[in-house]
Design a protein around this ligand. Structure first.
Ligand code: HEC
Length: 179
């Protein structure tokens, strides 16, 4: 009962279902959309895979489904949709390349507010391994993701889902472009 979002979803799901159920016009009501994930301003699956493929190793080999599952551990405290609410933790949309502790409207710990770095995959990997050791004094009460694959997958998941776009700083290092 901690997540107003979940409650909201359940509630709207019930409404839709109730509407369908009451006046069953057809034997096969289309259930496909009824309990679908929240309005995704998101990419198509194809586009997500393209973003995934564009990530530097090892993230391009990540398992997005596992990343989604791992992110379930974060959802009670974080939303990832654009303009999503802050819960006990800040909204994470656009977190990559953003200054740590950089959102004005969220009340960060002193430690994170003044950490003085931008979030990238490497920093996030350390943070998620052990938030307390990575940045003493921060207020994210999360034990950490001990498995490297879970961190890899959740970071790739976040890149794909929080608006990161490959064209921004694509890893063009070793690609000898054909002319
Ligand atoms: C129990 C609640 C909780 C859980 C679970 C949690 N976080 Fe957090 N998270 C926080 C809080 C609170 C902060 C702000 C910390 C501070 O200000 O010191 C935070 C901060 C962050 C930040 C920094 C954001 C910024 O704007 O600088 C990132 C990134 C982050 N969390 C990612 C995650 C991920 C990914 C997970 C899951 C693997 C996770 N968190 C799980 C509560 C949580």
């Amino acid at each position: 009962m901690q997540s107003p979002i979940l409650l909201g979803l359940v509630a709207s799901g019930c409404l839709i279902l109730a509407g369908c159920g009451d006046s069953g016009t057809g034997a096969t009501s289309s259930e496909s959309g009824a309990v679908a994930p929240p309005s995704a301003p998101a990419l198509s699956d194809e586009e997500k895979l393209a973003v995934l493929a564009s990530l530097p190793a090892p993230y391009n080999a990540a398992d997005l489904d596992n990343g989604r599952r791992a992110f379930a551990r974060c959802r009670s405290c974080h939303t990832i949709t654009p303009g999503g609410p802050h819960l006990s933790g800040p909204n994470l949309h656009g977190v990559f390349d953003r200054r740590a502790g950089g959102l004005d409207k969220y009340s960060y710990s002193h430690a994170l507010r003044n950490a003085g770095f931008d979030w990238d995959a490497a920093a996030l990997d350390q943070w998620l391994q052990n938030p307390r050791d990575f940045l003493p004094g921060n207020k994210m009460t999360f034990a950490g993701l001990s498995k490297p694959e879970d961190r890899r997958d959740v970071i790739a998941f976040l890149k794909v889902e929080t608006g990161y776009r490959p064209t921004q700083d694509g890893p063009a290092e070793q690609e000898p472009d054909a002319e």
